[in-house]
Design a protein. Sequence first.
Length: 688
Amino acid sequence: MATSVERAPGVPKAIPLDNISFRAQWAARSIREGQGRVQQEAGVIPTQSADKYHLLPISNTRTTSGPTTNVSGFEVSIIGAGAAGLFTAMIFDHLNEKFPGLNVKYTILEAEEKRFGGRLFTYKFPQKSNQPKIGPHDYYDVGAMRFPEVTTMERTFALFDTLKMERVKDPKQQKPQPGDLIPYFFSGPNQPALYNGVQVVQKDKKPKMSAKTFQVPDLPVRVQDIAASDLIDDQIQNLKYKYENEGAKEFWRALRKTVDPYTVRQYFTTQIPEPLDYKTLEFCETLNFGNRWYDQAASEMVLESLDFNATAPWWCVEGGAAEISNRMMAQIEHQDAVNFGKVVTAISYKKDDQGSMKVDVAIDGKSSLTLYDAVFNSAPLGAMQHMHLEGLNLNWGVKSAIRSLGYGASCKVGIRFKSLWWMTELGITQGGQGKTDLPIRCCVYPSYNVNDPQDGPGVLLVSYTWSQEAERIGALIDKNSPANEDELRKLLFHDLARLHSKTGDDQQYQHLYDLIESSYLDHYAYDWYKNPRTVGAFAYFGPGQFSNWYCDLTQSDGKYVIIGEAASAHHAWVVGALESAVRGVYQFLWKNSGKSEAAAAATSAYNDDKIAAPFGPIPAEYDRSEDIQLPSDANLDTTKTLSSPIGELARMQVLLESIRLKQGGDTINPSKITEEQIKPILDALVGA
């Protein structure tokens, strides 16, 4: 729950920075930069000294200049039945019950013919003739598969609680039910690593993953005996020391000027006090992630690292992560609102018979019979690019993000074997992962079958790849997997046998190859870039992309709202999808708070932090944090208490985007803003 700092009348309350993750603070700066520029340049806004650290407030709810109305309800469309789309429906169900009269009726349009859940995708192996009976653990998670219980993921775990997903800490003592949370083991005894043809196996402690361990040549002496992860983490800790010793403002200045403009590769080879040479960084990338992973923005890696607690417990879902979306779907009030096989091809603004602006959604090229009060589009940006959106007059930043924002490639391959040979032959009995520079890259030993009979059938996630390695192994994956994948299967057998064989032991290699081949029952491979509904696995921001486009991507007039993990500070995680849905719903509510008493009441509840998790609070990057001051030239009625700090930046986004759309340009023109248009700012200045 957000806790605000009390200030004197005439001075806005604020949210302490301690309550806001590093990623959320970074996102807030992107939003504040654009808003400060508009406030400073608009002649009708009473300040010329606004910037990202000095902003005027905005009123808690929106008033209308026309006749007072109180609409009887709203009709909205939600595009996509993944985590963001389903959660948006759950939020509206919650608010409809809590605020009688809100009456938001939703329609969910899912492009897939049968499946929902988006990237909450679990593949369950089918029963085939003349094969052992399918068991409860004959599956693997093609999409999201593990969940760290850290502060930034609190909303995800609040959702788990709402869905009654029980934590089973010891599945050996208490049998988990499908949908329960069980421990996820990142490492375990006897897990192998194979790089440069040299195999090491984890015993009592993890071996040092250094160049010396794997006999990697041509690296400077000073780095040869340092673990690849430490070479990177030590530099990230130096940035954290800057935050702790020089303050937040200096840290963010350094991140914006000396980190964000560069890829990880560029940053570590040019911007740190003792730059790493190319070969050292190539070695670090190979051991830590995969080829081309270091092409992402250096700021992405830094912020992800700073927000994580290395000692936090990780969980996976008994029965697979699709159980999350199954339970979400089961909780939705109106099951008949979900429509499958509906490929959205166009979205546009259109006036209804009464002259009110609505949103039209075309499916397979044909306009729907319903004009919506709002549309929440959760399609990944690559899939969104396939839609005709000219009728929305999107701002230039959104159009640029849809066209250019990076999405990471990712592939997974799971094999069902006759026995758990990695346990019986190699003693890999407590999960973990084997890593290698061979094409399979990462072999994940499931945490959910560690207590299963070892002589019975089971599934191994034999290959988990990202970036360039995913693109390359993806070339061997057929969209009708496992059909037409003989070459892939032979590659998997070879790499598995080699990864688990001692260095130079060809006899053990042949033994394992024969065992793996004879134990094989079935497999399934998946390439997220081959799915036209996702066009990639997760948002993967390049240098400067997030800081320049996040404000535009999340700025909404409350009628067309982009949601989904890419439109969140915590992208690439389920929590990002959930946060985007809360932000989108709040923008919709504030937009309509002047014409619906229930919408105004719901907006006020969010402003007062009275919407319980997971449906609240508003993501912290949209709050007025304690490092935001009022502009020095602000003319205030100091006897009045100003508006809520919670959601302030989201309210400002709705106001400014509504003004831009009325102007009709690609970007807002501050000089053309009228006094009537900025009434919510003027109202806030007098404590209305």
